[in-house]
Design a protein around this ligand. Structure first.
Ligand SMILES: NC(=O)c1ccc[n+]([C@@H]2O[C@H](COP(=O)([O-])OP(=O)(O)OC[C@H]3O[C@@H](n4cnc5c(N)ncnc54)[C@H](OP(=O)(O)O)[C@@H]3O)[C@@H](O)[C@H]2O)c1
Length: 358
């Protein structure tokens, strides 16, 4: 596999690379790359044949979009890039610090029509373009009716300001309802889900993966290295200096728990069998998971990105995949239990019937 093993994203005609360039590390920030390094990362991704670039209005307070817009304009590659950005976090507050009570504009965040139009216009300006290829709802705000979200985003597709849209960080039922409403009302529907997914974060397999398949949505994992944890660079007995994963962090719960260290041990063993970096094995596993279309890679340096891209040429054996699957298997929830092999056989007279897209 390489970055030019293009595929369509969900049930759409949008053609993307198997690895997308995440640009959360672009722009000012404690764990970010400086401008020159960000440019070099962008160029290295393009040189490797990648066409899919992901940013968000909130990354570095708009700084990431500004740099991505500049790099695309300077390289004159707007037509070749599938440009994705996101709305929903509040434009009047930093997402990475606890917001102060009051003071902000409540309509400068969320998925209401007023904010979507505000956010899109600001992103288009920073990105120096008049359309977005893939517009993401970054996170569901928990209150805006799904009908309004689908109508607003579908109208933007029809107006040509965005080509497609996707849903990130939302309950599976919401994505399914959005897809259903869209098709019933003949409004353009979501084509992709962006979710935290890695060897140490597989809980989305039970509800989100089947919903994506049923709703015609491709899955884009974020934090496939669990923010760097799955690179193997941290030590179980010394988690004192762990960069962006230190202490309370905005990327969720601590990655430094016994279960994750045990999973990492299996990844390390396979990396050593293959004589490849640990991070590449973790990425190679993500790349071939059924339902995953394009995996978001984050990098703070060019060498990290180049090494991560090299994961595309790893072929994990059946035995290696099984060991990784077994070590990281999520607890079977009620829904995934319903299609467990034992139940299938009970239903289908002892046969292991395989469903569409499984
Ligand atoms: N939709 C959402 O809510 C959401 C949330 C998060 C991210 N995202 C998107 O997903 C992209 C990727 O997410 P992520 O940054 O969390 O991905 P990740 O791959 O899990 O973590 C990337 C970080 O790991 C470290 N790293 C990367 N490659 C490495 C290597 N080969 N060896 C050692 N360390 C390495 C770097 O941090 P250090 O060098 O500082 O350790 C890098 O910044 C983001 O850029 C963004 O576009 C979306």
């Amino acid at each position: 596999m390489s970055l030019t093993n293009f595929r369509t994203l969900g049930r759409s005609g949008l053609v993307v690379s198997p690895l997308a360039l995440g640009t959360m590390t672009f722009g000012p920030g404690e764990w970010n790359a400086d401008d020159a390094t960000s440019r070099a990362i962008f160029d290295a991704y393009r040189d490797a044949g990648g066409n899919f670039v992901d940013t968000a209005d909130i990354y570095a307070g708009g700084g990431s979009e500004t740099l991505v817009g500049r790099f695309i304009a300077e390289s004159k590659v707007r037509d070749e890039i599938v440009l994705a950005t996101k709305f929903a976090f509040n434009g009047s507050a930093s997402p990475l610090t606890a917001p102060q009570a009051g003071g902000g504009n409540p309509n400068a965040g969320g998925a209401g029509a007023k904010n979507i139009h505000r956010a899109l216009d600001a992103s288009l300006r920073r990105l120096r373009t008049d359309y977005i290829d893939l517009y993401w709802m970054h996170i569901w705000d928990g209150v805006t009716p799904i009908e309004e979200i689908v109508q607003t985003l579908g109208d933007l597709v029809r107006a040509g300001k965005i080509r497609y849209y996707g849903l990130s960080d939302m309950p599976a039922w919401l994505a399914m309802k959005a897809a259903t409403i869209a098709s019933e009302r003949r409004v353009p529907g979501p084509i992709a889900m962006q979710l935290e997914y890695s060897l140490v974060a597989r809980d989305v397999e039970s509800e989100h993966f089947p919903a994506a398949r049923e709703g015609g949505m491709g899955i884009m994992p974020w934090s496939p290295l669990a923010g760097g944890f799955l690179s193997g660079k941290y030590r179980r007995n010394d988690t004192g200096d762990t960069g962006r994963l230190s202490g309370a962090n905005p990327f969720g719960d601590s990655k430094f728990v016994d279960r994750n260290w045990d999973i990492l041990d299996v990844v390390k063993a396979i990396a050593s069998e293959l004589d490849r970096p640990v991070a590449q094995v973790a990425l190679a596993w993500t790349l071939v998971r059924t339902g995953v279309t394009s995996t978001l890679v984050g990098a703070r340096t060019v060498s990290q990105l180049e090494s991560n891209i090299a994961a595309t040429d790893i072929d994990l054996s059946v035995d290696q995949m099984r060991r990784l699957d077994d070590a990281s298997a999520p607890a079977l929830g009620f829904s995934s239990g319903l299609s467990a092999p034992f139940i299938r056989r009970m239903v289908f007279g002892g046969h292991d019937v395989v469903g569409w897209g499984e």
